[in-house]
Ligand binder design. Structure first.
Ligand SMILES: [Zn+2]
Length: 344
């Protein structure tokens, strides 16, 4: 009797919501759901909510999960499964999340053991059944294996959102470095006199091209009296301005919004120029909510790279800067993929 095809469960954990899905070894996301993250100081409450969601997805997919991967929005030791710091979810600070989840999900271990068992042979010892990694690592792994980065050996991923994060792939593997700093590309200085950044520095990439910066570029133009459809789009309430509205207006041809996107694209292009000389990528993948702006962002950023990355002439083609493919599902794909890489 043949066994059912196993799945890996992936959790993309966030401070307000978390998403859970089941991923096959061939990269098919069988199902996925979103849940509210409990507001609590007790780590056990968070872990119980995760276990419940895992069991729901497992039952829904026919009880064939053989492992769980979790993308953590913070500092984690993937070896021990220990979470050191989780700024948006402090209940998990200093918690052995990996071992605690393994204890709560013994069925996954039993199933994995059965699955790994060759016919006629005793079951081999299981490796482990819960894997953890930083969320940026998971997003990078996801795009590399199942998204826009498939087949790339060397890749840089940028995620543009409230903050700017990223990941680096060298020789076919995502790398984070001994202190987990590789990929913290949002905090490279692009303008020494630039605006203050949340990290305490000023003029960081993130402070110049993150969500608040984009809104600020539009606000300044509106407040200087420039005519723009943005004023009507927010119905006079400028607190409603956000990057999506600005990108929509730019695509519709609004001059002010186009200028804002050019300014953002310029800074993103500078960030990519720096990443190119540091990482020598075959491919640069740009994801995150702000990347959904499309050509109004990609055209100016490719122009900036073409004009400024002089040393890479003939070596890096700006057309190799592409949008991410998995959108906000990248976190689940990457977390599930942790299991397959761990078992592989
Ligand atoms: Zn910074």
């Amino acid at each position: 009797m043949s066994q059912p095809e196993p799945v890996a469960i992936g959790i993309d954990l966030g401070g307000t919501t978390f998403a859970v899905g089941a991923l096959t070894g061939q990269g098919e996301l069988v199902c996925h759901h979103s849940y509210l993250t409990p507001e609590t100081k007790a780590p056990g409450d968070v872990l119980d909510a995760l276990v419940q969601a895992v069991q729901t997805v497992d039952q829904q997919t026919g009880s064939r999960a053989v492992g769980l991967g979790i993308g953590i929005p913070g500092v984690v030791d993937p070896g021990s499964g220990f979470v050191f710091k989780c700024p948006n979810l402090p209940a998990l600070d200093n918690t052995p999340v990996g071992p605690a989840m393994e204890n709560r999900l013994p069925d996954l271990q039993k199933r994995q053991q059965k699955w790994l068992q060759a016919p006629g042979r005793p079951a081999p010892p299981t490796k482990r059944h819960v894997w953890l990694h930083n969320d940026a690592y998971c997003a990078t792994l996801a795009e590399l294996r199942w998204g826009a980065g498939r087949g790339a050996q060397n890749m840089v991923l940028l995620t543009l959102g409230t903050g700017i994060g990223g990941g680096v792939v060298l020789d076919g593997r995502p790398i984070r470095g001994p202190r987990g700093l590789i990929g913290e590309i949002g905090h490279m200085t692009l303008d020494p006199q630039g605006p203050p950044c949340g990290c305490g520095n000023r003029g960081c990439f993130e402070a110049l091209a993150g969500r608040d910066a984009i809104v600020d570029y539009a606000l300044r133009r509106i407040q200087s009296g420039r005519p723009t459809v943005l004023t009507a789009l927010v119905e006079g309430d400028l607190s409603k301005l956000d990057p999506k509205l600005i990108a929509d207006a730019a695509r519709a041809g609004d001059q002010v919004a186009l200028e804002v996107m050019q300014q953002v694209g310029f800074y993103v292009g500078l960030g990519i120029c720096n990443a190119i000389v540091l990482c020598d990528p075959d491919l640069v993948v740009v994801g995150g909510g702000i990347a959904a702006a499309g050509e109004v962002l990609f055209a100016p950023l490719r122009r900036t790279v073409a004009a400024r990355s002089r040393i890479s002439y003939g070596k890096f083609d700006p057309a190799r800067i592409v949008p991410a493919a998995l959108g906000n599902l990248a976190g689940i794909y990457g977390a599930g993929q942790l299991v397959w890489e761990g078992l592989g």
